[in-house]
Ligand binder design. Structure first.
Ligand SMILES: [Zn+2]
Length: 71
């Protein structure tokens, strides 16, 4: 018999979340944490860690081979 409710840690805030049907946002504790996590993930994904556009001064010289296309 396993009547002990299994709990997981919410990746958003670290709160213990009961792993049961009632916790529809598991492993998150709430919809907010899930949204926050998804948002952070999206931000990380969209943020391309390329070199900053230093030579962005007025020049008109198209010397930017790296257009960072794709995802
Ligand atoms: Zn949470």
């Amino acid at each position: 018999m396993n009547d002990t409710i299994r709990t997981v840690t919410c990746p958003g805030c670290g709160k213990a979340v009961a792993w049961q049907a009632a916790s529809r946002y598991r492993p998150f504790c709430s919809a907010r944490c899930r949204q926050l996590d998804l948002g952070a993930w999206a931000s990380e994904a969209y943020r391309v860690p390329t070199s900053p556009p230093d030579g962005d001064s007025a020049g008109g010289d198209q010397h930017l081979p790296d257009s960072s296309a794709g995802r």
